[in-house]
Each structure stands twice: as structure tokens, then as C-alpha cells.
Design a protein around this ligand. Structure first.
Ligand code: NAD
Length: 499
């Protein structure tokens, strides 16, 4: 059987890559089989996509806001009707279970819904008679071509954190999805075409570092929204800003969940299992460190262990709880972290390295692993593992737990489990992390708030979507105007004052 090679999406249609283009195999991680290939763009192809977006910009910028919003509403309706199709594609290439893929699409769709309100969000201010006979008003205008570079773990939702807002605000976009699960981006591009978006407003180029570098240096790219690992986020931020672009670069994470002695331990154990092993731990908001106060740690570990043993691991299309990891290499890397944790003296409560998944073929599976007595010097604690490995670090109390979290170089998400409102209130004030859950394990903000971490989890000033997203994709102008009346004062060489 000849495999299809997924092409780029430029100017309203899929464009095949040149015959000599580099390609990459795309796997179904649940079977280990290659399901298609993806073309990897070189600088010329990236240039074509950027040129298409740049050519479409003036027309789209000047399209009436009500018409732009109407196209977004149509896109929302189509996405709503065809959510299972997109979810199936996500499961095929990423491996996450279907219910989780449906959840991913829903959370992306919420940003589309937020962006449908762009006519309201773009309203400026107006001051009448700021000075005698002088009025002042502000407007926000789109930037131009916005590049969006996304990671493998949310092939639909992460691009959707950005493009609905960018497009509704009048920008045109070039999406560079992860080469590991590229198809959802083309599916979304076709949906935009069906919704009536003009050609060239939404483009997709597939590729790796070569394509990213071309976007970072193309003078027609005005902004870059990046999500991925911390070293690449830092690189994208440094190189993008050096080329004069506006950049927001969201990086990796190591999310802690602090469990105080007065917490509901059943709730905390449910949360740890769901947030630790959901999507096989391949979420930037996954819990990877459970920080348990000593006095309840034994009981909590027992409850987490009992629940974890009931999880079914297998093909995401078979109603399992947890799917495979993204590649064989990543599966091996995660297993090596478990080896290292064991060698460093952590207690192996559940060993996920032996696995008998509910799947056909040779998928990239691991079972959930639970490590207790993890200390902050072990690599299972210091590194972002991005797999189904939960580490329990024991602390004496709140203070030690807080210091541990604040000492960590990442600051994406965190959670506290307690029934003490005063402790929760102190935590939200004192913890140096961007997104905080109180008895909520994965505190992903709603679309009308903004998503983003602190420290090594975000480079730049703007978080994704919400008000910060609208600001990122627009720039402000303030207009001061005077319509002369017969009393105007003639020449005035002094600095204007408000009289
Ligand atoms: P990654 O950094 O390997 O890749 C992200 C993107 O960058 C991809 O499009 C990839 O093609 C490109 N890329 C990879 N290496 C590059 C290089 N050397 N130069 C230029 N571009 C390069 O990340 P990933 O493995 O796809 O995704 C997992 C990571 O993303 C995790 O670290 C996770 O925490 C992070 N993530 C963060 C958030 C967040 O909101 N902070 C959300 C989702 C994922």
C-alpha cells in the first residue's frame, strides 16, 4: 500500500511538497504502524505560505468586523457538528483516548467562542473634550502575519489557543504544527475554507527546525506564538525577538500538587491519578509531583496506588483509560527515568515498565508508574518527564512544600488540596506559579482568562487567549483630534497642555 504524504495548506488548498522534499513517517502510537508521511518544508515553501498570508492581510484586515465574526460563528458551528471526526484523527496520530481527544477539541472550541465576541473585545476608549475642543480615542489594529508553532501533545487545542483570536482580530496566520501529529491542522484548514474564510488567511506549513527558523527570520512575519519544550521556547523567544518580532513562547512544566493533612484524601487521590496519568502524562498541566505532608503520605500513596491499579491501558479507540506515548524513543526515555529513580533510591510502588496493553501490534505503551520517597535531587524530580510517572515527595508541612514548589525552575501550574480556606488563600498569594488550582488538579483557565505560566514555563509577557491574547494580536493607536471652531488660538509653540 502506498502511503499518502500530507502536504502543506497554502492559499486555501493543500499543496503537495516537491518530489525531492524531505518527508517523515507519521505513526499510530497505539499500533506502532506508519499511517502516512508528512512533507517537511524548506525555507522556500515557508516563504510561499508567508507570502500568501501577507497578500491576504490587507483584504482581511479591512473586512468588516461583523463579517469576520460571522465566519467565526460558522467555523464554530461546523466544528461543533464534526467534533468526533477531528477527535478520531487526534487519537490516530497522538494516541490519547477518544474521550480525551473530544475534550481537547471542546477546550479549543471555547477559544473560538471567545473570539466570536471580537467586535466587543476590540472596542476602544473615547474621551470627549480632553482639552478644549479636543477629543481622544483609542483603537487596536491587527499586526499582520502571525506564526503559530505548536507541540505534539495538543495538535488541535494548542493552535486553537491562538488562531481564533488572531484571525478574528484581523491577522492572517501560518501554523507550523508538530511533525509528529500533523493531520489535525490540515483538517482545521479545510474547515476554515468551508466556513468561508478567504484564501490565504489560514495557512499550514509542516516541518521541523528548518521551517521554524525560516518563520523566525522571515521579515513578513510580525508575531510568533510558540508552545513546546523549554529549550526550544527559549530559542524561539531569543531568535524571534532578535528579528524584531513580537513573541510569546510557552515552555515545559513540572507541576506540583501539595496535599495538606486536612485535605479530603479520596478527592486528592482521584485528582492525582486523573491529572498524573491522563493522556499518559503528556500534558503541560499534568501533575508530576505529589507533595504530601508526612502525616498523611502513607494513606495518600495507598489510595493513589489502589486507584491506579484499576486503570486500563491500551488503544484509545477501545474505551481504555490511558493510551500510548507518542513515539518508541519517548517511551524508552520515560522508562529510563524510572530506572534512574529506582537506582537513586526512590520506592517503586507501581512499576509501569512491564505492560500488557489492550491493543493490536507494537504500540508505544507504558503502564502508570508510582514512585514514593522521591527527593529533589533525583532526575525523576528535576526533569520534565512527560510520561505516566507520578513522584511522591514527602514534606513536613505547608512551608516546606511551598519552598519546594517555589524553588523549582518551572512555574506553569500547581494545585493545593486542603479544607483550610486560610491555607489555600496563603498559597494562592505566595506560590510563584502562573495557574493555580484549589482542590482542582488541572487548573486550565477558561478561554476568557489567559493561559500561561511563570519562570521557565513562559518567555515573553503575554499569556494565551483571553484579554492578553487580544492584546498580543493587536497594537494600539491613540488618536487626538480637533475640529476647528472660530475661536481657535492660532500659533502655539509650547508643549501641548490640557487647558
Ligand atoms: P518540542 O519543543 O520538541 O516541539 C515544539 C515545536 O517546536 C514543534 O513544532 C517542533 O517541530 C518544533 N521544534 C522542535 N525542536 C526544535 C528546534 N530545535 N528548533 C526549532 N523548532 C523546534 O515540544 P514537543 O515535544 O512537541 O511538546 C512537548 C513539550 O511542550 C513539553 O515540554 C510540554 O510541557 C510543552 N508544552 C507546554 C505547554 C504550555 O502551555 N506551557 C503546552 C503544551 C505543551
Amino acid at each position: 500500500m502506498t502511503l499518502q504524504t500530507l502536504g502543506h495548506w497554502i492559499n486555501g488548498q493543500e499543496v503537495a511538497a516537491p518530489a525531492d522534499a524531505r518527508t517523515l513517517d507519521v505513526h499510530n502510537p497505539a499500533t506502532g504502524k506508519v499511517v502516512r508521511r508528512v512533507a517537511l518544508a524548506d525555507a522556500d515553501q515557508v516563504g510561499e505560505a508567508v507570502a500568501a498570508a501577507a497578500a491576504a492581510f490587507p483584504g482581511w484586515r479591512d473586512t468588516a468586523l461583523s463579517r469576520r465574526a460571522a465566519i467565526l460563528f460558522r467555523f464554530r458551528e461546523l466544528l461543533n457538528a464534526r467534533q468526533p471526526e477531528l477527535a478520531a484523527l487526534i487519537t490516530e496520530e497522538h494516541g490519547k483516548v477518544l474521550a480525551d481527544a473530544m475534550g481537547e477539541v471542546s477546550r479549543g472550541q471555547e477559544v473560538v467562542e471567545f473570539a466570536c465576541g471580537m467586535p466587543h473585545l476590540l472596542k476602544g476608549g473615547f474621551t470627549e473634550n480632553a482639552s478644549t475642543g479636543v477629543d481622544v480615542h483609542s483603537v487596536r489594529q491587527p499586526l499582520g502575519v502571525s506564526a503559530i508553532i505548536s507541540p505534539f501533545n495538543f495538535p488541535a487545542m494548542v493552535p486553537m489557543w491562538f488562531f481564533p483570536v488572531a484571525i478574528a482580530a484581523g491577522n492572517t496566520v501560518v501554523v507550523k504544527p508538530s511533525e509528529k501529529d500533523p493531520s489535525p491542522a490540515n483538517w482545521l484548514a479545510a474547515l476554515w475554507a468551508e466556513a468561508g474564510l478567504p484564501e490565504g488567511v489560514f495557512n499550514v506549513v509542516h516541518g521541523d527546525k528548518e521551517a521554524v527558523d525560516a518563520l523566525l527570520t522571515d521579515p513578513q512575519v510580525a508575531s510568533v506564538s510558540f508552545v513546546g519544550s523549554t529549550p526550544v521556547a527559549r530559542y524561539v523567544y531569543e531568535h524571534g525577538t532578535a528579528s524584531g518580532k513580537r513573541v510569546q513562547a510557552l515552555g515545559g512544566a513540572k507541576n506540583h500538587m501539595l496535599v495538606l493533612p486536612d485535605a479530603d484524601l479520596d478527592l486528592a487521590a482521584d485528582a492525582a491519578v486523573s491529572a498524573g496519568y491522563g493522556a499518559a502524562g503528556e500534558r503541560c498541566m499534568a501533575i508530576s509531583a505529589v507533595v504530601a505532608v508526612d502525616s498523611i503520605a502513607d494513606e495518600l500513596v495507598a489510595k493513589i496506588s489502589e486507584r491506579t491499579q484499576g486503570l486500563r491501558v491500551g488503544d484509545g479507540t477501545r474505551s481504555c483509560d490511558m493510551g500510548p506515548l507518542i513515539t518508541a524513543e519517548h517511551r524508552d526515555k520515560v522508562a529510563a527515568y524510572v530506572d534512574a529513580g529506582e537506582e537513586a533510591g526512590a520506592t517503586l510502588v507501581l512499576d509501569g515498565r512491564s505492560v500488557d496493553p489492550d491493543a493490536e501490534g507494537d504500540g508505544f505503551f507504558l503502564n502508570p508508574t508510582l514512585l514514593d520517597d522521591v527527593t529533589p535531587d533525583m532526575t525523576v524530580y528535576t526533569d520534565e518527564i512527560f510520561g505516566p510517572v507520578l513522584s511522591v515527595v514527602r514534606v513536613e508541612g505547608y512551608e516546606e512544600g511551598l519552598q519546594l514548589i517555589n524553588g523549582n525552575p518551572y512555574g506553569n501550574g500547581t494545585a493545593i488540596f486542603t479544607n483550610d480556606g486560610g491555607a489555600a488563600r496563603r498559597f494562592q498569594n505566595e506560590v510563584e506559579v502562573g495557574m493555580i488550582g484549589i482542590n482542582v488538579p488541572i487548573p486550565v483557565p477558561m478561554a476568557y482568562y489567559s493561559f500561561g505560566g511563570w519562570k521557565n514555563s513562559l518567555f515573553g509577557d503575554s499569556h494565551a487567549h483571553g484579554t492578553e491574547g487580544v492584546h498580543f494580536f493587536t497594537r494600539g493607536k491613540v488618536v487626538t483630534s480637533r475640529w476647528l471652531d472660530p475661536s481657535h488660538a492660532g500659533l502655539q509653540l509650547g508643549f501641548p497642555t490640557n487647558a
